[in-house]
Design a protein around this ligand. Sequence first.
Ligand code: MN
Length: 301
Amino acid sequence: MKLVTFNEQRLGVVTPGGVVDITNLSGVESGFWPPIGMVQLISRFEELQPAIRQAIEARKPLPMASVRLEAPLQWPNKVVAFPANYHDHIEEMKQGTGSGVISKFKASGQGFFLKSNSSLSGPSDDIILPPLEGREVHHECELGIIVGKRGRGIDRAHSHEYIFGFTCLLDMVVRGVEERVMRKSFDTFCPTGPWIVTRDEIGDMNNIRMSLTVNGEQRQSATTADLIVDIPEMLAMSSAVMTLQPGDIIATGTPAGVGPVVDGDVLQITIEGVGSMTLNVRRGDVGAHSVWNAAKAGLSV
Ligand code: MN
């Protein structure tokens, strides 16, 4: 099943005929704040499945072209992200592709970080670059894992039971030496979508192919088979520290090929069995602050 959020927090299922509106089944009205409809839907998915299937049969779908898709999840409990999780990406960072930042560690020994929930954006939203002179914003093509049920201390053998589904995810980042969470948490720095594909639609989650193009030119291509910390271990490691909640998002880390994006660029992320989304990049006018000048001025804080 492919689940979408559309037209101001309405919830839907993508069918061959279009989007079937199932907002009423979540118990959360469109426009309700905070936007927790999809979190509710995921947490109650098992009990709601018969009603969802009935709705697919009975309701008239809205043509896909007539709806505006939004970030499928807008109010998760957290966005967990794994850095340095592909050997080829670690090599390119050592060689200075990432503006001189050297990765001394990999995810298997360094663990994960959090990205701000407010950085989440959707398939119809532009990626807005902060106006930071002399700084590069890089794209990182990643798979987003959607947690399906609450769990702590999850072991590898049972990890698949906690996976609800998958989505395309871009981990946008300002390269530099500042705190990672700040460099990765600008609004629109976590595009997700175009929908959540439920786990049953993915054959082998340990061999999912993904790619990213910039202005039509391929820059990143990988499979989850090449991950250092694989998907079961991401659930084990993150749930060793934190209780995972339905709707939590885990970003898998990016393969080699990261690079700067500028105003006017068009990014397309494609994940086999999941979907594809095309995003425009433009320069915004908010985001500058003296904190971004400290490193350049040689100040250490
Ligand atoms: Mn990343």
